[in-house]
Design a protein around this ligand. Sequence first.
Ligand code: NAD
Length: 481
Amino acid sequence: MKEYRVSVAGQWVDTSVGFNTIIDPATGNEVSRIPALTSGHVDTAVQAAQQALLDSSWATDARLRADVLLQWADRITENVDALAERLTLENGKLLGEAKFEIGNQVNVIRFNAGLARTLAGHSHSFGPDVMGVVIREPMGVVAVISPWNWPISLLVRDMAPALAAGNAVLSKPASQTAGISVEILQLLVNCDNLPEGIVSMLTGSGSSVGQVIVEHPGIDMIAFTGDGTTGKRISRDAASTVKKVALELGGKSPFVLCADADMDKAISTLARFIFTTTCGQICTAPSRLLVEASVKDEVCSRLSRKIAGLKPGPGLDPESQMGAITTREQYEKILAYIETGKKTATLVAGGNPVEGVDHSKCNFVAPAIFTDVEPDSPLVQEEIFGPVLTVQSFKTDEEAIRLANDTPFGLASGVFTQTLDRAWSLSRGIKAGTVWVNNYNRFYAETEVGGYKESGVGRMAGFEGLHEFTQTKHINFDSTV
Ligand code: NAD
């Protein structure tokens, strides 16, 4: 069991203020204790951040910001193995995935370090004596509120561009994975030349610390990643102080599988991202298979064979093929959806309790595949966030597009076909922020992510991700007499 300290306005705060505990979802053992901060800590962090922006050159010196970010990336590189182990202990994911998650942040941070030095505006001549200059300035004090499923990716995805753009950043990580988040942030606050107060860690529950952040008049922007219901509430509550809000919310992503696709690749890709990667607890999980009717039976039987031998187990055990569901609440929610599916649809495969584990404290769930689902079923319309796949069939591409768009979400999607025209028209027809053609779940520092419809507002990553954390100012010079 590890006790953490967090840095608030440059001062270390320990668990004597009260703490939350983190439970390893694979064993039920307590693994971390994290300070549970109060509204007073939020005030202190906000004041320090505002002062640091006034006293330091952080907001105006892009080279300083790039240097700090590059140092942060180097420190993560030196510690990937230990950080990955802690991520697995708190989140339940397989160690290999945890290593990938931590290691990949080095690339994201370095990209943003480079981008920091490219921030530019534009100028306009309005006559011999009048000139307009448009510059990009940071938002000011930004709060980054992040979830537990890919806790480090999603924290860094927003913090790196927010810092690169010259903001002070208050990080509010998910309570369930706060220990690993604090370890990553400790590597940042210890970087040489990061002005004191530019980064603070605000650990605590969403309903206490999170809510105080959202309503705080000294915070200029919230970058939130999490559940849609929470996102809508944050949007409403932030309106009272007219804060900018960027929301990255849930999904119910369609995976459109045409009869002419490379079936081996399509089936292994689908199974990987709905069943094994983070046990389907991914916002972009391909949770709805839309398959061309002529190959539906073949695809269902191949998928069934794929999941038959899958072995859930502790993420640190190299024999495990799926990890644990991160929280007890999420575990129970997934089981409830599986029960609903058994009553209202046809269970094609899986869906039984995992054998040989203590279900009172270990969160292991076996995959489940359902067909004959009604389009308005909760299994099709709601984000389950677990290893549960629904199968619907289509006869024409128009029907595939209609089914793909028939949920409130629009985060991501996949299209598998070897026909270029079909790939293009399906990609254009689907309302989603990302369409992967003949692959899935590929994220790059260079390419934007974000949601259509109820999956979000704004874009993270890439160039737009940096601009999201800036505001423009027009300075007009007039020398006419
Ligand atoms: P959540 O909404 O419960 O929590 C997310 C964060 O918000 C946590 O840090 C939590 O403490 C905080 N929070 C909760 N209530 C708050 C409040 N009232 N005010 C301020 N902060 C509050 O989400 P979760 O269960 O941690 O994460 C799973 C969800 O995140 C899923 O819906 C998933 O699809 C979504 N997600 C989206 C993306 C994306 O990029 N679009 C990525 C990953 C996860």
